[in-house]
Design a protein around this ligand. Structure first.
Ligand SMILES: N[C@@H](CCC(=O)N[C@@H](CS)C(=O)NCC(=O)O)C(=O)O
Length: 265
């Protein structure tokens, strides 16, 4: 019997952080994952538990206590199940991974702002903005972990925090033609990103799923919101994303219909 329930959105990167941590610890059975359909109003029971907030994941204890915010939930799980450790135990190394993780907020914001932008004139600025953050990550890794792929020996805390975002940014490759330039100033962060993407504990989603589900983000509508002229969100569970065609890449000139996106049963 599971000790916790996690209400989550399957393709949500913040929820994937939990899945990765649990996979690393071999603890998937401790948690009962309940899927929330982001395109529908939250069930009243969940609304009551969340006391006015809507953002997922939430961890619910058997006794009814509720914990929100992915990084807080990760810390709770790490402290509750310390073996195997995912975070570093040495204070200096722990500080370093925490320092690296302070960059995740701006990094997430830069990627999502760009994918949601509808103004082609802003593409270059948004690209430079994201590249500047990749360069900062690179600089940090060159200073503290010049060799190897991960920050430390193995996929750990910082990797659990960043990998879901590296995966979401597949949407920038598809809809904005973005990839890290093949330049020395991105070489270390590229090695980190590639090692993260390949790790067996982080394979909960794939590029095709991200690209298809995030089509509406690429058209400026986040969190399951409906775009003008559409009756179905690209985040809908049905029809299953595998059966849908790949969306048009040109997010600026083309607005695909429900039918073109394969969203009609
Ligand atoms: N800071 C939060 C962010 C979570 C978040 O933004 N979740 C999104 C899904 S990716 C969400 O629940 N969106 C729906 C909503 O806010 O109503 C965390 O780390 O848990």
């Amino acid at each position: 019997m599971s000790r916790f329930t996690v209400h989550h959105i399957p393709v949500c990167p913040f929820c994937q952080r939990l899945e990765i941590l649990l996979a690393l610890k071999g603890l998937a059975g401790e948690v009962d994952f309940r899927v929330v359909d982001i395109t529908q109003p939250r069930p009243p029971e969940l609304q009551r538990l969340m006391r006015g907030t809507t953002s997922l994941p939430v961890l619910v204890f058997e006794d009814g206590r509720v914990l929100k915010e992915s990084l807080v939930i990760l810390q709770y799980l790490e402290a509750t199940y310390p073996v195997p450790a995912v975070a570093q135990s040495d204070p200096w190394l722990r500080a370093l991974e925490n320092l690296l993780c302070t960059m995740e907020g701006p990094f997430v914001a830069a990627g999502y702002t760009w994918v949601m932008s509808q103004d082609p004139a802003k593409r270059d600025v948004l690209r430079q903005n994201l590249l500047a953050l990749y360069a900062k990550l690179d600089d940090f890794l060159v200073e503290h972990a010049p060799d190897g792929g991960f920050l430390f020996e193995d996929f750990g805390w910082a990797e659990a925090v960043f990998t879901p975002m590296f995966m979401r940014f597949w949407f920038l490759g598809y809809y904005e033609g973005f990839d890290l330039p093949d330049e020395p100033r991105y070489a270390r962060v590229r090695r980190w990103r590639d090692a993260c993407l390949a790790h067996p504990a982080a394979q909960q989603v794939c590029e095709e799923e991200i690209v298809k589900l995030y089509y509406d983000y690429a058209k400026g509508a986040g969190n399951g919101a409906l775009l003008p002229g559409r009756t179905r969100s690209s985040f809908a569970f049905e029809p299953h994303w595998r059966s849908r065609p790949w969306p048009p890449r040109d997010k600026y000139a083309v607005s695909a219909t429900d039918a073109q996106l394969g969203l009609l049963a």
